[in-house]
Write a protein that binds this ligand. Structure first.
Ligand code: NDP
Ligand code: 8X3
Length: 257
């Protein structure tokens, strides 16, 4: 097992859910963290809690991954001690709506594609050259079982996660010959703010997604990410698919009212 102590771990979308759980899990292991998200106050709360609880170094930065110039500038102007990122967790992402494609809202589509696909690309483009130059590093892309199977109304969200899976494979091929590793961690239902965001703040509707079953939580996913990151340098976990025991596929969920 390879230690992640003192490694620099950069997590996008660290203000809630899986990203915040990753911050906690890597801090527990002694990593130094670069945390980013759009909501500055939420991000600061996560950063403060982690500094107090784990006494690790945390650099937090407000960043909207859809803004290419900002992404480029923020990574180019990282203080020197933070530049050599060892592990990048491409986690920032969202779903918007569950409309049939013929009724879909263009704005929702743009937001999903801009964040889940283009945002992931912008951040990777900013971080990967340094990893290649150092011949060291690991990119963990957060995909989804929605990147492997469709469900009604999933259309554009699923397409964006299919794209993440393709990009994960593409990254691995393009980085072949370097020591930079690439993994995709693809969860099923995880109870986070994900569904609340999907349903534009409708908490009741969001709650129903996880009703009468035990979903994964952010920690379950973060531990899978840590597993990928702690394999010996010659081992590259390419894909991890994890679902709740009560879920067999995107459409098969066992609920016990
Ligand atoms: P949350 O809504 O709890 O967290 C999403 C995170 O992404 C937030 O920190 C949010 O921060 C950030 N984010 C969203 N848009 C942007 C942006 N434009 N720029 C920067 N950060 C952004 O949901 P999850 O934790 O569940 O989602 C994390 C990832 O996991 C996503 O990629 C999602 O697709 C994936 N996933 C989730 C599953 C689930 O069932 N929950 C299952 C499979 C995959 P802020 O709003 O502050 O910017
Ligand atoms: C999130 C999982 O099935 O709600 O990626 O789309 S699902």
């Amino acid at each position: 097992m390879e230690s992640v102590k003192d490694k620099i771990v950069c997590i996008t979308g660290a203000s809630s859910g899986i990203g915040a759980a990753c911050a906690e899990v890597f801090a527990r292991e002694g990593s130094a963290l670069i945390l980013s998200a759009r909501r500055g106050e939420r991000l600061e709360n996560v950063a403060r809690t982690i500094r107090e609880r784990y006494r690790v170094k945390v650099h937090s930065m407000c960043l909207d991954v859809t803004r290419q110039r900002d992404v480029e500038n923020v990574f180019a102007s990282l203080p020197e001690e933070w530049q050599a990122i060892d592990i990048l967790v491409n986690n920032a992402g969202l779903s918007r709506g569950l409309d049939k494609i013929q009724e879909g809202k263009i704005q929702d589509w743009e937001e999903m594609i801009d964040t889940n696909v283009k945002g992931l690309l912008y951040v990777s483009r900013a971080v990967l050259p340094g990893m290649v130059q150092r011949n060291r590093g690991h990119v963990v892309n957060i995909g989804s079982i929605a990147g492997r199977q469709l469900y009604p109304g999933g259309n554009v969200y699923c397409a964006s996660k299919f794209a993440v899976r393709a990009l994960n494979q593409g990254m691995k091929m393009d980085l072949l010959g370097t020591q930079v590793r690439v993994s995709s961690v693809d969860p099923g239902l995880v109870e986070t703010e994900f569904s609340e965001v999907r349903f534009h703040g409708d908490k009741e509707r969001a709650k129903k997604v996880y009703a009468d079953m035990r979903p994964l939580n952010g920690d379950d996913v973060a531990e899978a990410i840590l597993f990928c990151a702690t394999r010996p340098p010659h081992v590259n976990i390419l894909e991890v698919v994890l679902v709740p025991t009560a879920q067999a596929s995107v459409r098969d969920v066992h609920r016990t009212p």
